[in-house]
Design a protein around this ligand. Sequence first.
Ligand code: FAD
Length: 293
Amino acid sequence: MPRGDLAAAIYATIADDVETIFGDSITAVNEHPDGVCVSFAQAKTRDFDLVIGADGLHSNVRRLTFGPESDVEHYLGCLVAACVVEGYRPRDELAYVTHSEPGRSVGRFSLRGDRAMFLFVLRSHQAADPGELAARKALLRREFGDTDWECPQILAALDGVDDLYFDVVSQIRLDRWSRGRTALVGDAAACVSLMAGEGTGLAMAEAYVLAGELACARGDYRRAFDAYEARLRPFVEGKQAAGRKFVPVFATQTRLGIWFRDLVMRTMNFRPLAELLLTRSVRDDFELPNYPI
Ligand SMILES: Cc1cc2nc3c(=O)[nH]c(=O)nc-3n(C[C@H](O)[C@H](O)[C@H](O)COP(=O)(O)OP(=O)(O)OC[C@H]3O[C@@H](n4cnc5c(N)ncnc54)[C@H](O)[C@@H]3O)c2cc1C
């Protein structure tokens, strides 16, 4: 399910009840004894009781309240790019098909409506996004230009792409997920990165627990923020540690490593072995609390 479809489905559940300001951004967060004064790039300055930053890996709210991103971002040594193309062939339903060369991998999977998504992962010492669409495409052509498999065809399909996601693969590690009347959730608080593979579920679980704790605390936001973090931090840190272990699987650095990884993957077709080796790492021993909300 594409991230945008999920966001639209979630938004539909609150559209009539929650005021939403689109196309704007927070420029300042100033706390005072009775609340938080928030300034926007477009809208007028307003007072709120609390600020919850849910603005992702490069969180603006985090930068404004906790300090520079560079203090808390931990680059995992890879760049990632993703795009969607219509009518690409071949098409494999319900399968993630991937090809790896040392330090590089490209994957494709089928989306609804005859669309395919491509995912490029690339080892890079430099945590640098070239920025402009043309420069991003040029980097992918340079890095994947001599790669076999369907790469020439995939790079040709890239020509018609206007929306190319490109970013560093990083984790966010903060000492605290809240400061004063501001709390962070999702990637803004503790990005696990795409290597961990379940950032979306974690973001939603965090939002649910934070909302539940706020409801239970009856206005004592400090108690709620502490309880939210106490419940989730150990679990999320475990996911971050697991994510770091997956870097060599996504972007294996040697041919021998790729051969060994593929061998291990193939043995996972033998179900009892897969259950023995994988169940522990993919099963979540976290039970969502039942809140009166
Ligand atoms: C290539 C890739 C593949 C992934 N695949 C998976 C997967 O298969 N499964 C999975 O569970 N997770 C996956 N993840 C991770 C997942 O996307 C994130 O963990 C998840 O989206 C985090 O949700 P979030 O709401 O915290 O942040 P985001 O989804 O990043 O949302 C942040 C929102 O804040 C907005 N925003 C940012 N800055 C500002 C600003 N200054 N002003 C106003 N608004 C702002 C953004 O527009 C965005 O809408 C993947 C990540 C990547 C990069």
